[in-house]
Ligand binder design. Structure first.
Ligand SMILES: Nc1nc2c(ncn2[C@@H]2O[C@H](COP(=O)(O)OP(=O)(O)OP(=O)(O)O)[C@@H](O)[C@H]2O)c(=O)[nH]1
Length: 454
C-alpha cells in the first residue's frame, strides 16, 4: 500500500470512528466554529439551536453553559482539557422528555487551532448518582460519631410532641416548643408550612428524609446541622381525643455538624454554584424546581417563577468591557440574594438571565417582590473602576396554580415567565410583567417607570 493509500485508509478509519462513536463528537476551531461533528453531537446540540443552524459550539451552548466560552478563552496551555464532564441542564420540554435532560461536556484543546468537544447524555446516570448520594448521606448520619444530637418527636403534622434534655442541649429551646412545627429549628424564611409537610411525605415514601443546612437556636444564633426525619413504626393515628395531644408519628434527629460545614459547602458550591456570581447555577435551579413540583403533587400549592434579565446588557459590555458587564452581573446577583427568602432558589440560568423559584407563592406576591427588586436596581449605581454604571432590569413573572397540577412542569412555568419577560422588553424594558391565563399577552405594566425611568 502506497503512503497515500495508507493515509487515506487511516483517514477513512478516523471518519468511521467519529461517526460510530457512542458519544457526540464535535471538532471546532478555538472560537467555537464547528468544523465537523458526528450524528450524536448533532442530535444532542440541535435542540439548542435557535435558527436551525449549528455553526458555532459556544453560540449553541451560550444559553445553557455560558461559562464554556469563558473557560476556553482563559485556557492558556498549548493543549489539554479545558473542562471535564461539565454538566449542562437543558429544559425538558425542548427535548420532548419528561425529565430535564443533562449533557456532560468535555472540551479538549488539541493544538493552537483546534479543539474537540465530547458530548454525552448523562440524564439517567445523574439521577442514579443523586439517589446514591442520598443513601451515602443517610449512612454517614448513622455511622459518624453521633455525640451532639437532639431527638425530637413529631406528630402527624410535624409539630413537636414533647421536650427532652437533648433538645435543650443542642438548640437551647425549652418546653415552650411543644406543639410548634419543627420549622422552629430552621431560620426564618427557610421553611414554608407546605415544606414542613413535604419532608414528612418524603419520609413516608422513602423511609427517611435528610437535609443539611443552617439551623436556628433559641437565642437567635445559628449552626450548621443535619435533620433526619423517619416515620415511627408504632405511629399515632393523628386523631387523638379532644384536648389530648397526639403521640409522636415521626422522629427527628437534629445534629450539630458545624465542623463538617466547610467540606459540604465546598462540594455543593462546586456542583451547584455559578462561578461568576456565587448564586445557584442552572443545574441547581432545575433540580430544585423538579423537586418542588414533584412535591406539590402531595401538598398542592402555587409555585411562582420570576425571570430577570438585565436591560441593554450588550451595550454595557460594549461601553465598559466584559469585566464591567461582569461587575453588573455580580451587583444584580447580590441584590437578588438579599431580596429573596432562604426557601427560594435564586439562580443564574444564562449569560445575563436569572431565575428565581418561589415555592408556595402566588402570582400577586411574586409580582410584588419583582416590582420591589426592579425599583431597588433602578435606584443604584455600580462602581466599576472610575465609572458609575446605572442599569435596569426587566422581569417576567408566572405561576402554576394548585388547580393546574404540577404536570406542565418547570418548562411550562419558565415558558410563561419568558413570555412575560419578552413582553416587558417589548413594552420598553425597566418593568415587570406577569403571565395571566386569560390573555395570550401578559398583563399591562402597572405603575412601572418606562425605559428611561431610573
Ligand atoms: N460580561 C458578560 N457578558 C455576558 C455574559 N454572558 C453573556 N454576556 C453577554 O450578554 C449580552 C446579551 O445581550 P442581548 O441578549 O443582545 O441582550 P441585551 O443587550 O441585554 O438587550 P435586551 O435584553 O433586549 O435588553 C451578549 O452581549 C453576551 O455576550 C457574562 O458572563 N459576562
Amino acid at each position: 500500500m502506497s503512503d497515500l493509500e495508507q493515509l487515506r485508509a487511516e483517514h477513512e478509519a478516523l471518519i468511521q470512528f467519529l461517526y460510530l462513536a457512542p458519544v457526540g463528537l464535535a471538532q471546532a476551531d478555538l472560537d467555537g466554529a464547528i468544523v465537523m461533528m458526528n450524528p450524536i453531537a448533532a442530535q444532542l446540540l440541535m435542540p439548542l439551536s435557535h435558527d436551525g443552524s449549528l455553526d458555532n459550539l459556544f453560540t449553541a451552548l451560550e444559553g445553557v453553559a455560558p461559562e464554556l466560552r469563558h473557560l476556553s478563552s482563559r485556557f492558556d496551555k498549548p493543549s489539554g482539557k479545558i473542562c471535564d464532564g461539565l454538566h449542562v441542564h437543558l429544559n425538558a420540554g425542548g427535548t420532548g422528555k419528561k425529565i430535564p435532560q443533562i449533557l456532560a461536556i468535555t472540551l479538549l484543546k488539541l493544538d493552537g487551532r483546534r479543539m474537540m468537544a465530547v458530548i454525552d447524555d448523562v440524564t439517567l446516570q445523574v439521577r442514579r448518582e443523586r439517589q446514591l448520594r442520598q443513601n451515602d448521606a443517610w449512612l454517614n448520619a448513622i455511622l459518624t460519631g453521633i455525640t451532639d444530637y437532639a431527638l425530637v418527636g413529631l406528630d402527624a403534622q410535624g409539630a413537636v410532641t414533647d421536650w427532652n434534655p437533648s433538645i435543650g442541649r443542642v438548640t437551647g429551646f425549652g418546653a415552650e416548643i411543644v406543639g410548634r412545627p419543627y420549622s422552629v429549628f430552621y431560620p426564618r424564611d427557610a421553611m414554608t408550612p407546605e415544606r414542613v409537610l413535604d419532608r414528612l411525605h418524603d419520609a413516608d415514601k422513602d423511609g427517611w428524609s435528610l437535609d443539611e443546612g443552617t439551623r436556628a437556636r433559641a437565642d437567635g444564633s445559628s449552626f450548621w446541622g443535619s435533620a433526619m426525619i423517619a416515620p415511627l413504626p408504632d405511629r399515632a393515628d393523628g386523631d387523638g381525643r379532644a384536648g389530648e395531644p397526639d403521640g409522636p408519628a415521626y422522629c427527628l434527629i437534629l445534629r450539630d455538624i458545624t465542623d463538617k460545614r466547610e467540606a459540604s459547602e465546598c462540594r455543593r458550591r462546586e456542583a451547584y454554584g455559578d462561578y461568576l456570581t456565587g448564586l445557584a447555577n442552572r443545574r441547581a435551579f432545575f433540580e430544585a424546581a423538579e423537586q418542588e413540583l414533584a412535591r406539590s403533587r402531595f401538598v398542592p400549592r402555587s409555585t411562582a417563577v420570576i425571570v430577570v434579565d438585565a436591560d441593554h446588557f450588550k451595550a454595557i459590555n460594549d461601553r465598559y468591557g466584559h469585566p464591567g458587564g461582569d461587575a453588573v452581573l455580580q451587583h444584580l446577583a447580590a441584590i437578588l440574594a438579599e431580596t429573596f427568602r432562604e426557601v427560594d432558589t435564586v439562580a443564574r440560568i444564562g449569560g445575563e438571565e436569572f431565575a428565581v423559584l418561589l415555592p408556595s407563592t402566588d402570582l400577586a406576591r411574586a409580582e410584588m417582590v419583582a416590582r420591589r427588586l426592579r425599583g431597588v436596581v433602578a435606584s443604584q449605581v455600580v462602581q466599576f473602576d472610575d465609572a458609575g454604571i446605572r442599569y435596569t432590569l426587566s422581569a417576567g413573572v408566572a405561576c402554576l396554580e394548585p388547580a393546574e397540577g404540577p404536570d406542565g412542569g418547570i418548562d411550562l412555568l419558565l415558558k410563561r415567565a419568558d413570555q412575560a419577560l419578552y413582553a416587558a422588553k417589548r413594552a420598553g424594558r425597566n418593568r415587570v410583567m406577569c403571565w395571566r391565563p386569560e390573555s395570550t399577552d401578559p398583563a399591562p405594566p402597572g405603575e412601572e417607570g418606562g425605559k428611561n425611568a431610573a
